[in-house]
Design a protein around this ligand. Structure first.
Ligand code: ATP
Length: 303
C-alpha cells in the first residue's frame, strides 16, 4: 500500500507537485497518468525515498520516509532504463545490485529467467536494444522480491510482443498481492495495462477511479447525424447547451441532445435523417479532456 498525503514538492520557484493525495492499493495494477511535466517522476522518486517532500507525507506499507532510500526488498523500481553501465553484462549489472543490497546471488538468475534475459545475460548492456534495457530495468526492480513495485514509463520502446509480455507480468505481480504503480503519459498504453487510474496534471490530482469508471464517466458523448439539410437541422435543434457542428464528411456532430430527442425534433420539422449514431468519447479523449488545462504547462514554469 502506498499513501501519498497532501504532498508538495518544490524545486526553487518550480512547484513540481502540489497538495497531492492518493492511495495505491495492493492486488491490482494502478496506472499513474499525466501529461509530460505533470509531476509523475517526482512523485515516484518521493515514494522511493530518493527525494523528500517539501511538505506532506508519503508512506509505503505504513512506514514514513526517514531520509534513506527504501531498500530493494521494500520497493522495486524501474525509473530510467538507461541507468545500467553499458560496459557491464546484464548478469554483472544485476549481480552488483544484488551484492550492494545483500541479496542472494540466486536471485540474479531467477529474475533473468523471469524477464526472458537468460540467453543474453552474458552480453554487454551497451549493445542492448531499448526493449532489452527495459527488461533489465524490470529485472532489477524484481531482484529484492518487493511487495511494492514502481515502473516509470515501462512501455517506452517496447515492441507489441514486449508490451504484451510486460502487461502480463504486471498483472501476475498484482495477482500475487503486490502493489504495482505504472506511470505513463499515454492513456492508450494504460487502457489494457491498468485496472485503476490516478490522473495528475500540473502536479495536482485530477481524477482517480477504475478504468470502468473512467469509461462510464465520459459525459462528452455526441450524436452523429446525417441529413441532406444540415442548416435546417441546426435551426431545428438550436437552443441553450446544444451545439451542431458540420464535420468534414458532411455529417453533423450534435452535443447537448440525446439521439431520441434529435430524431423527434427532426420529425417535427420534417427534416429527413439518413443516419443517427450516438458516439462515446474514447478513454483517450476523456483523458485529453481531463488534462487539457495542464498540457500547456512547460517545464520550469514558476507557479
Ligand atoms: N530536480 C529538479 N529540479 C528542478 N525542477 C525539477 C526537478 N525535477 C523535476 N522538476 C520539474 O518538476 C516538474 C515535474 O517534473 P516530472 O519529471 O516529475 O514530471 P513527469 O510527469 O514525470 O513528466 P515526464 O513525463 O516529462 O517525465 C517539471 O516542471 C520539471 O521540470
Amino acid at each position: 500500500m502506498i499513501e501519498v498525503d497532501d504532498v508538495t514538492k518544490r524545486y526553487g520557484r518550480t512547484t513540481a507537485v502540489h497538495g497531492l493525495s492518493f492511495t495505491v492499493a495492493p492486488g491490482q495494477v494502478t496506472g499513474f497518468l499525466g501529461p509530460n511535466g505533470a509531476g509523475k517522476s517526482t512523485t515516484l522518486r518521493m515514494v522511493l525515498g530518493l527525494t523528500s517532500p517539501t511538505s506532506g507525507t508519503v508512506t509505503v506499507g505504513g512506514r514514513r520516509f526517514r531520509g534513506l532510500p527504501r531498500g530493494l526488498c521494500e520497493v522495486g523500481a524501474l525509473l530510467d532504463a538507461g541507468d545500467a553501465h553499458g560496459g557491464r553484462t546484464a548478469r554483472a549489472h544485476l549481480a552488483a545490485l544484488a551484492r550492494g543490497n545483500g541479496l542472494p546471488r540466486r536471485r540474479v538468475d531467477e529474475v533473468l529467467a523471469q524477464t526472458g534475459l537468460t540467453s543474453v545475460a552474458g552480453r554487454r548492456v551497451g549493445g542492448f536494444s531499448l526493449g532489452m534495457r527495459q527488461r533489465l530495468g524490470i529485472a532489477g526492480a524484481l531482484l529484492g522480491d518487493p511487495p511494492v513495485l514502481l515502473f516509470d514509463e515501462p512501455l517506452n520502446g517496447l515492441d507489441p510482443e514486449g508490451i504484451r509480455w510486460v502487461r502480463g507480468l504486471f498483472r501476475r505481480l498484482a495477482d500475487e498481492g503486490r502493489t504495482v504503480l505504472v506511470s505513463s503519459h499515454l492513456m492508450r498504453e494504460m487502457e489494457h495495462t491498468a485496472q485503476r487510474l490516478i490522473v495528475i496534471g500540473r502536479g495536482e490530482l485530477i481524477a482517480t477511479g477504475t478504468l470502468a469508471e473512467f469509461a462510464a464517466a465520459d459525459t462528452t458523448t455526441d450524436v452523429s447525424v446525417r441529413t441532406p439539410d444540415p442548416a435546417a437541422l441546426a435551426t431545428a435543434l438550436g437552443g441553450p447547451g446544444v451545439e451542431v457542428r458540420v464535420e468534414d464528411d458532411g455529417s453533423c456532430a450534435v452535443t447537448g441532445l440525446t439521439a431520441r430527442r434529435i430524431g423527434d425534433l427532426a420529425l417535427l420539422h420534417r427534416i429527413p435523417l439518413h443516419g443517427l449514431t450516438p458516439r462515446r468519447a474514447s478513454l483517450e479523449e476523456t483523458f485529453m479532456g481531463l488534462t487539457s488545462d495542464s498540457v500547456e504547462y512547460g517545464s520550469g514554469n514558476a507557479r
